[in-house]
Design a protein around this ligand. Structure first.
Ligand code: BG6
Length: 508
């Protein structure tokens, strides 16, 4: 494709300079490749955002031809392309740049073959290579070592490695993994992906906070009473039971995605909008999160596991009845934690985070609960339940992306009756354009060399540090699971955790 007019790039719409590159996906047979990676790359091509001269290599052990791999990917793109049309002519052009190289990741010969194949594309890629680790974590080390052993970790052009979660199983294994990655690639070329940071609505938190003057003065312990972060899913483990039972909600969602979201909500403004300046602030925030002592864990963390129940009109089996799951599994499919940020801005403000599978609906949002007005001058004797309702700012991450501010208003008619009302901003109706998916944003950023939305070693370790005592405590006790029904909002202990501080989970 080098030299020819690039059908994938439109210089007028191209506001991010992405140089040509090869993208190598390890784990090309897996779910992520077919659901997210290839559909996102195709979508970038559709948007004319792919660099000229790109090539994509897929690897897994299955010995199939380039043609068969392209056919499989075509089916996946058709199936998983969210809200975008499929263009056959564009696909045919795009597919010419896709190749498949089967091979065993433990075999040194495989890396030699890969190196010679990639070198053959150097004229069009300029030697730039993005390696994407989407395999089982046990392969991360052999892959980075294999790449380094044949000189692929450095060379003409840039060499970057994108690493999928999980980054370790606990603090010790995360440190070990960081150490192994850094033995092969310099830290600045290691891109640890956390797809929540790539979501438009999460990125917008920075714009909302730091491009507007009116919210920041309120964004502290004087005005904020507490914060609730909810990531609810109605789905179960969707055939990932075997993986999920070694992980659980705390590891799968809170340790990474939701602590990063909390970091974005609570961090200090960066001096400049530049990758390390932003990441320094997020890292500093994560280091300020209080690490609970073991004796404080029971009051500040709740584990749950769903039993059989109903979601909508469907009967749902319990987690322990899911395929691949141990019938006595102690894994948490729900976790709720109270965090405190020990700095001057947030001292004493609880940040409640919860996440669970098989909850009544899919919704992720952040609710900032402000302090109530100091005194109600309306309706003093007749508390109609609304007179003291505090203001609430809701940042809706998904599925209905937007921001709402709740306040009290006078009910029309005689007398001074109050009612909560809401001022709403909706992405869809305000901009009327499709928002890119997180993987589109993050893949483009990695090719452009912008790590702002990627996590760093210190952030990963800081977030393991705060969940580690909870994992240790949970690992040492026996839970009476299941303790919530599929289709409900989680275990009663979670409500009790908030009630101890006079708070109630908002129903999103
Ligand atoms: C993944 C978790 O990282 O995030 C899954 O492993 C979870 O268990 C998913 O379902 C949620 O992502 P999203 O973008 O659908 O909210």
């Amino acid at each position: 494709m080098a030299g020819a007019i690039n059908p994938f790039q439109d210089s007028l719409r191209f506001d991010r300079r992405v140089p040509p590159a090869a993208i190598v996906i390890f784990g090309a047979n897996g779910d992520l490749t077919k659901r997210k990676l290839i559909p996102s790359l195709y979508r970038l091509a559709f948007e004319r955002r792919m660099p000229s001269g790109f090539v994509i290599y897929g690897n897994s052990r299955t010995p199939i031809s380039d043609e068969d791999f392209r056919e499989k990917m075509k089916e996946s793109v058709r199936q998983f392309l969210e809200d975008s049309p499929f263009d056959d002519a564009l696909w045919d052009e795009f597919a010419k740049a896709i190749f498949y190289l089967p091979g065993d990741l433990k075999d040194p010969v495989f890396y030699q073959t890969l190196a010679s194949r990639l070198n053959a594309h150097e004229a069009s890629t300029g030697g730039n290579i993005l390696f994407y680790l989407s395999t089982q974590p046990s392969h991360y080390e052999p892959v980075v070592n294999g790449l380094a052993s044949v000189g692929l970790a450095e060379g003409k052009g840039w060499r970057r490695v994108v690493v999928e979660k999980p980054f370790g199983y606990d603090l010790a294994t995360a440190r070990e993994l960081n150490h192994r990655l850094q033995a092969a690639f310099p830290e600045k070329e290691i891109y640890r992906i956390d797809h929540y940071l790539g979501k438009e609505t999460v990125q917008n938190i920075l714009a909302f906070r730091f491009a507007n003057g009116i919210f920041e003065p309120l964004w502290n312990r004087r005005y904020v009473n507490h914060v609730q972060i909810t990531a609810a899913e109605s789905i179960g483990v969707e055939g990932r039971g075997a993986y999920y039972q070694t992980s659980g909600a705390l590891r799968d969602m809170i340790q990474n995605h939701l602590l990063q979201v909390m970091g974005t909500i609570a961090m200090e403004p960066a001096a400049v909008f530049e990758p390390n300046a932003v990441r320094d602030e997020r890292a500093k925030l994560l280091r300020s999160v209080r690490v609970h002592n073991e004796e404080d864990v029971p009051a500040n963390a709740v584990a749950g596991q769903y039993g059989p129940g109903r979601v909508g009109a469907t009967n749902i089996p319990g987690f322990r009845q899911e395929p691949g799951v141990d019938p006595a599994s102690p894994t948490d499919t729900y976790a709720a934690v109270t965090f405190f940020i020990d700095n001057w801005r947030w001292a004493g403000v609880p940040f409640y985070i919860r996440s669970g599978k098989r909850l009544p609906k899919r919704v992720t949002d952040i609710a900032i609960h402000f302090n109530a007005a100091p005194l109600s001058i309306f309706d003093r004797d007749n508390h109609n339940g609304y007179t003291m309702r505090p203001n609430l700012l809701i940042i809706r991450i998904q599925p209905e992306e937007g921001i709402s501010l709740r306040f009290l208003s006078k009910n029309p008619g005689a007398g001074m009756k109050l009612r909560p009302v809401s001022m709403d901003f909706n992405y869809g109706s305000s901009f009327g354009v499709r928002t890119p998916t997180a993987y589109e944003t993050l893949l483009l950023d990695a090719m452009a060399g912008d790590a702002t939305l990627y996590t760093r070693q210190d952030m990963v370790e800081a977030s393991w540090q705060v969940v580690q005592p909870i994992l240790d405590y949970w690992g040492s006790r026996k839970f009476n699971f299941p303790n919530y029904d599929a289709g409900s909002w989680g275990p009663a202990e979670s409500d009790d955790m908030l009630a101890r501080r006079g708070h109630v989970w908002r129903v999103p």
